[in-house]
Design a protein around this ligand. Structure first.
Ligand code: KG4
Ligand code: ZN
Length: 342
């Protein structure tokens, strides 16, 4: 009998549901919440309300896309954390309700581990050479992880302040590019020249990252230049975007290169929404090649927050015999490895 897992994602501002059958992602339906745009960032209360409004529709759409009904679902997986408390609450409560009504097991999933599991979901034959270094870069988190198995992770480093996606979004906002500005800044940067402007790179010990200094130096630089020439940003937008992007990618890949070298690993993976960045992908691919390895990146639909990766993560947990009780609570600061062996 095929095993079907329904996955529910509601940790931030994407309401999403996915369906996995025997390890294959059959459906992945996401509704991004546009109501946050006018505020230039995610408003937690609006996110919770939007999840409540969208979650049933999104789940039904995912099942329809998979050509299945609730009766064929064998387990319900949901993001238990980390994430926004109210947003997580909606997904966890909905998943619990479904598990109870359908009399099927519930599987709490760690959101960041699921971002890494998206790599297996999209790999040929669902197999990846182990170990590999994963640079996990999203709007809320930045981690450098040594991956020794689907349920075995060792965190090498993380950001001490802003996440990489946040650094892109905040600098994009200063450049007047709207929200979330990361992808827009990336597009402008593709048309820009490097070496025209340069922003300093933070020096942080170990494998950790820091992006707040970059944010401040971009802010001061733009303030000074626009005082002299109010059109400065408009006249230099592409070159400014190229300089910001290069600084962020340099900082990310410097530490990644150290990790590959120190750990004696040749294979590299990118995960999370920032894995869509064109320069990061090109340079990460070149880096892996230099070490004699390969670069693995999930398709975009499995990189940004999505229910497909939650369903796949739930499927891996189910295979390993990990289920949750019906009295689990959302865990906004859920630590890695708590939901399984580590
Ligand atoms: O993984 P994700 O969808 O959500 C979180 O878990 O945070 O990541 C969203 C982040 C946002 O900060 C967005 O600006 C950034 O990923 N992002 C990008 C690009 N595409 C998405 N940043 C830089 N370049 C891109 N092409
Ligand atoms: Zn995420």
């Amino acid at each position: 009998m095929p095993k079907v897992v329904l996955g529910i994602e509601s940790s931030c501002d994407d309401t999403s549901a996915g369906v996995v059958m025997d390890g294959k992602v059959l459906a992945n339906v996401t509704r991004a919440q546009l109501e946050h745009r006018e505020y230039g960032g995610v408003v937690p209360e609006l996110a919770s309300r939007a999840h409540m409004r969208l979650i049933t529709r999104v789940t039904e759409a995912a099942l329809q896309e998979a050509g299945l009904g609730f009766a064929q679902v064998d387990a319900i997986a949901c993001t238990q954390g980390p994430g926004l408390p109210g947003a997580l609450m909606v997904g966890v409560a909905y998943a619990k309700g479904l598990a109870l009504a359908l009399q099927k097991p519930l599987i709490g999933v760690h959101h960041m581990e699921a971002h890494i599991h998206a790599l297996w979901a999209s790999a040929p034959d669902h197999s990846l050479p182990l170990p590999f270094i994963c640079l996990l870069v999203s709007g809320g988190h930045t981690y450098l992880v040594k991956v020794e198995g689907p349920l075995h992770f060792r965190i090498l480093g993380q950001t001490l302040d802003d996440a990489a996606g946040e650094a892109f979004d905040k600098t994009a906002k200063m450049l007047g590019l709207g929200y979330p500005g990361g992808p827009i800044l990336d597009k402008w940067a593709e048309k820009g020249r490097t070496g025209i402007f340069s922003f300093s790179r933070a020096r942080v010990p170990g494998y950790n990252f820091s992006f707040s200094g970059l944010k401040t130096s971009v802010l001061y630089f733009l303030e000074e230049q626009t005082r002299r020439n109010p059109q400065f940003i408009q006249e230099n937008l592409a070159d400014l975007c190229a300089a910001v992007r290069e600084a962020i990618v340099d900082m990310l890949l410097d530490k990644t290169e150290c990790a590959l070298e120190q750990e004696g690993i040749s294979n590299l993976a990118l995960a999370g929404g920032v894995a869509a960045n064109a320069l990061l992908r090109r340079r990460a691919a070149a880096l892996a090649e230099r070490f004699g390895g390969q670069l693995f990146v999930p398709p975009l639909s499995l990189c940004t927050d999505n229910g497909g990766m939650i369903a796949y993560s739930g499927y891996l947990r189910m295979q390993a015999g990990f289920f949750s009780s019906l009295d689990i609570s959302p865990e906004p600061s859920l630590a890695w490895g708590l939901l399984g062996p580590s």
